[in-house]
Design a protein around this ligand. Structure first.
Ligand code: LLP
Length: 414
């Protein structure tokens, strides 16, 4: 285990978290290289010799060092913006192994993707297909495309992160897809690669994945009957992790299920984000004040919804572990809240902890959608990111300084 107690001190790999807090201050994100690599390899190894590509979803955590580690393992990437594409290239990714998802790709984003030789654009509407075709014609390239279809499957996850229902904004309705494929297949500016779907995030059952792929494969076979033969099936991301008591399937089980559902005649692409990076990271924080009111005990910490918005936004649970276990304070039930001026600014509710001013805590499983969703609200500089590799500690993103907060702003002339 990369995160474990030794003599009541919480370690990341071979490094005590207390040392990291002392050196870099808090709040601070800390990642384990071994965990990141283990998770990615769990996918890649489970696919074995079948044609496949694991395209890590950059939105979960786009830190350059993490992307570079994954690129060195041979990972592809799933991106949703020009910024994520630029990050991947800066991290040494091969553009041929990048897929570009998202409902609202701008013309400049599509042009950039074509210019760098993107592996595939996952198209989400007829209008987008037409735009890609005309931009490809303009720049004299043949755009590689897959259509992202909406299989209308309930992923049974939080409504904000479910994407494969017909009422969601994502994907092309199954009924409209065949006609668009015929149009794309006729175009000299488009190269039809395959089909894609992504039904949601933090799924803890295989059933919706298998249902969705079943529907997608029906379409694939129908298209083959019309002479349109797809090469690759992109099954999206979405495998959940255990934050509290969820029991998602293991990565290898997921891979077996999707692989069987797709069959061996196609290249299989996955776009996992959370299941690769969530449990490879934590957010380190320090208690500023303990504040008892007649009804609640608040532990006011130096991290907030600005560092980790998931509890405020999705009522998400993150385990809270003391960096140093002690019996010098009494265990009380605490509300862990940040300094931001909003009642919604909480990190954890009703946790039994032994705390004092200055106690350090780790919010676990925060590697995915943690830093990536951090903001500067309340003019709070974003925290540093530290990557632990065995006994080595690397600062992979410095804490923002105050001047960063107004970089690019100016006052009016006198
Ligand atoms: N592919 C596509 C097209 C996606 O939209 C997503 C996530 C992924 C892959 C990666 O899914 P994952 O394997 O990470 O579940 N901020 C939310 C999660 C939003 C997910 C959005 N799409 C959270 O903190 O729970």
């Amino acid at each position: 285990m990369a995160f474990a107690y030794h003599d009541d001190r919480l370690f990341v790999e071979d490094v005590p978290l207390a040392d990291i807090a002392a050196r870099f201050g808090t709040p601070c994100y800390v990642y384990s290289r071994a965990t990141l690599e283990r998770n990615w390899r769990a996918y890649d190894d489970a696919f074995g010799s079948r044609r496949h590509r694991v395209c890590y979803a950059v939105k979960a955590n786009g830190n350059l060092a993490l992307l570079n580690i994954l690129a060195r393992l041979g990972s592809g990437f799933d991106i949703v913006s020009r910024g994520e594409l630029a990050r991947c290239l800066a991290a040494g990714a091969d553009p041929q192994h990048i897929v570009f998802s998202g409902v609202g790709k701008g013309a400049a984003e599509i042009r950039y993707a074509l210019e760098v030789g993107i592996g595939c654009l996952n198209v989400e509407s007829g209008a987008e297909l037409a735009r890609i075709e005309s931009l490809a014609a303009d720049c004299g390239r043949r755009a590689p495309v897959s259509l992202r279809v909406n299989p209308d499957v309930d992923p049974q996850t939080h409504p904000y992160i479910s994407t494969g229902l017909h009422e969601n904004k994502f994907g092309i309705p199954m009924a409209a897809a065949a006609q668009l494929y015929e149009q794309a297949a006729r175009s000299p500016h488009l190269a039809v690669r395959g089909i894609a779907c992504h039904i949601g995030s933090q799924l803890t059952s295989l059933v919706p994945f298998v249902d969705a792929i079943g529907r997608v494969m029906e379409l694939v076979h129908a298209l083959a009957g019309r002479g349109i033969r797809l090469q690759r099936i992109d099954v999206g991301g979405g495998l959940g992790i255990t934050y509290r008591d969820e029991a998602p399937p293991a990565i290898a089980e997921y891979v077996r299920a999707v692989s069987d559902a797709v069959g061996r005649d196609y290249e299989l692409v996955t776009e996992p984000g959370r299941s690769i990076v969530a449990n490879a990271g934590l957010l380190l924080t320090t208690v500023e004040y303990l504040k008892a009111t007649p009804v609640k005990n608040f532990a006011i910490v130096d991290a907030a919804m600005t560092e980790l918005i998931r509890p405020a936004l999705y009522q998400a649970w993150h385990d809270v572990l003391p960096v140093e276990r002690t019996d010098s304070a009494e265990v009380r039930r605490y509300e862990l809240v940040g300094p931001v001026c909003e009642t919604g600014d909480f990190l954890a509710n009703g946790r039994d902890l032994a705390l004092a001013e200055g106690s350090r805590l780790a919010l676990m499983d925060a590697g995915a959608y943690g830093f990536a969703m951090a903001s500067n609200y309340n003019a709070r500089p974003r925290p540093p990111e530290v990557l632990v590799d065995g006994k080595f500690v690397h600062l992979v993103r410095a804490r923002e300084v105050l001047e960063d907060l107004w970089a690019g702003e100016c006052t009016l002339p006198a």
